[in-house]
Design a protein around this ligand. Sequence first.
Ligand SMILES: [Zn+2]
Length: 155
Amino acid sequence: MSVISEEHVRGGSVFKDISADDDDWQPTEIESLCMNCYKNGTTRLLLTKIPFFKEIILSSFSCANCGWTNTEIQSAGRIQEQGVCYTLKVKTKEDLNREVVKADSATTRIPELDFEIPAFTQKGSLSTIEGLLDRAVAGLEQDQAVRAIRCLSTN
Ligand SMILES: [Zn+2]
């Protein structure tokens, strides 16, 4: 057992509970390079605590030049010794709107489709069930044209 509590190590107050009505708690803005057009865009960083999910770093990038945006979520807490398994039965279309906080170390499985998003293949995200599926589809479609050409040229 460590004598120093996690609270002291992490500085405690840097991470505040997530809240929509705290006006003077603003994200930190950093000017950063847009990976789409290579001009300057803005990254907003928010250190927060989501109940039952511990400390997280939310970062969102937006580029005023080309309109590219990107949102990412990273865990700032230590990896827990034991995982948990959450099961959601999607019965209606509305169930796809359920919000999900998914760490990059989490595995997503849809047994009915024999489909799995393995751990560390997607970045952590704050999204919905539909958003997770959209991302998986985009990931599978990525570079398919290039792969098809490669296949043709080897045959
Ligand atoms: Zn841009």
